[in-house]
Each structure stands twice: as C-alpha cells, then as structure tokens.
Design a protein around this ligand. Sequence first.
Ligand code: GLY
Length: 381
Amino acid sequence: MISWVSLLATADHLLPSSHPIWVSTASGSYPIWTGYHLLAEKSFLQPYLAGKQVFILSHPEIAAHYLSCLKQTCLAAGAEQIDELLIPSGDAHKVLSSVEQIWTAMLSRHHYRDTTIIALGGGMIGDLAGFAAACYMRGVAFIQYPTTLLAQIDAAVGGKTAINYPHGKNMIGAFHHPRLIISDLATLNTLPKREFIAGIAELIKYGVALDSDFFDWIKSHIDDILCFKPEAISFAVRKACQLKAEIISLDEKDQGPRVVLNFGHTVAHALEALLDYSALLHGEAVAIGMVVALHLSFLRGSIDKSMLDDIVNLLNSLKLPTKLPSTITTVEILTKIKHDKKHFRNQLRWVLLDTIGKASICEEITDQQITQALLMCGAKP
Ligand code: GLY
C-alpha cells in the first residue's frame, strides 16, 4: 500500500492542480478543480457556462474580496449579462424567503432557461444557489466557487441542496449537481479563523469515518494546515474530495454508503436547529455530534476508550467544542432527532464507528442509549 507520506512527497500540488477530480454519477460527471488564484482563470469556466447569462449569489463579505474578479472572469469566458444578489451570511438566512428573493431577482432581470447560477461563498450560499437553480424554470445550470474549507471539502460536492425549515435543518431541498466546482484555495486566506477551524472538523470526519491513514495524516500535519501551507491545504482538500467523489459514485442519492458521510450530523443538525442556527457554526456542531456518536459507539462496545480519546483530543487541540451546551436537555435533543432525514422504515439510522477509518449504519439504538451518550457529553438531564 502507498503511504500518505510518499503520496504527499510525489503529489502534484503544483498550482493549479494539473488535473481535476471527477465526480461521476448516473446523472452525469463533473470536475472539481483545486488550486490557487483560480477565480481569475477563464479557461476552466468557459466550457461550462450554459449561455450568455450569469447570476452570481454571494455574501457581502465574500463579494467585497472576490466578486469583481469573478465578474471579469465570467465576461472573459463569454458571459454578456451578469447579475448578482448578496445574501447576509449565516445559516439563519438559509430559508425559503431568501430563495424567493433569488427567483424574484432573476425573473425581474429576465434570466432564461440557459442562464447559469454561480455560488460564490460557503456551504450556505451553495445550498441556496443550488436549490434555487434546481427549481428555477424547472432547473438551470449551476456552478460552485466554494470559498470556505467546509464547502471546498464537503458542502459544494455531491449535489445536495436545501433550505432550513421550522421543523429542522435542510428539510426542504433537491439533489441538483453543479456542472463544475472551482475551489480557489487562496480564498481560505481571508476566511475568519473560527470558520477555518470549523471546516477542519469536517476534514477530521473523513479520516475518522472513512480512512484511518488520512486521520493519521491530519494529526501529523495539523500545524501545516493551521498555517495554510499550500502543500498541506492542497493535499487535504483534494483527498477529501476524492473520498467524497468515490462514495457519491457508489450512492448518489444517500440510500447506502453515502449515509456514512453524515457521521456526527444527527446530533449536529438537532443542535443547530435548537440554537436557531446562530450559536454554532455547522462544523462546530459536527464536532459535538461526532463526540456523541463516538460515545454511542463506545457504549455499544465497538470502539475502545483510547480511540475515543484520540479523536476527542484532536478536536480539543483545535479548540473545537466537544461538549453539548448545558442549557439543552436530553429530551429536547431526542425530540428534534425524531425529524432526522435518516429515518428509514420509521427507524432512525445512526452512523457509528466500528474503528477509526470505518463507520457504519446502525438502526437499533434505544432512546436510553442515546440519553446516556448525551449525558456523557454534557447535556442537561
Ligand atoms: N455532507 C454529506 C453529504 O453530502 O452526503
């Protein structure tokens, strides 16, 4: 087996990457380009614009840094009409009224079926843009320019688009794949540190749930990641995208192996909803959710205490939250979890750990076991 160390030594992390990662699904294939300063590169974009119209969705903070560059690139790639809409950041804005705002703006500016919606931002912008694209005139082209670590390694990849609803996170949505993903790694340099670290939680998820060598690599390169060493960032983003692309090629619609990518997300989504999508970033909620899933795995005897500690210590070293807020009761979390999308035949499918690098789906988890794990993680009785 090739070790990550030798792979990294020979990895082509020249900028931009010399070849894309392909996501191949029954409904088509699309490339993910990663590298530095790709926002200004028209050649990647040109073949993927559906027509002459482009509608860019972004946040004010991201737009201040990158919108004019992306507009220049779109013009150079052949766009003749470029409109934009800026939505305030934060998952609290990932709601139907924001999508209505997008549709209204597009209709008022006469965007037709061959328009291309471009998401320039993090996972929240990608989800909104993708959902708007899935429904606008029964579906239009969509391109992702993810600007957060979390979106580059996870949210932008795989076609899940959604909005939050009073009943829970991502409750209304569609599978609508982008036709192209361009991850400009230079955009991570302007990302607030808290958001960058929250993205590392999802990176750790890939190692913990799918690939123990990658988990070890993250542990041994965490300082390189934290100081934005291009080789480490390039490798981490590409590796996560490769792992995700492999899973999606097996299971596009979350019916089988893809469910494992939701490791830590059952409790994370419940927490985000209980805290009105404001107190925790998604990656922070995933860090806590993973710790609860680890405790459940430990209670069921599938992992030992040293594995649990190994992962929790890494999360703690990054100052990611690993305890539930003490204001939230076990009953509140259990009630929220009843809405989780991973129910199948009326039973919730948990993603638990068999060992580091291997997660699997478990259906027979009792409320008593969940309560015990929640209490071990600091929930209010
Ligand atoms: N974020 C998990 C998935 O895309 O399936």
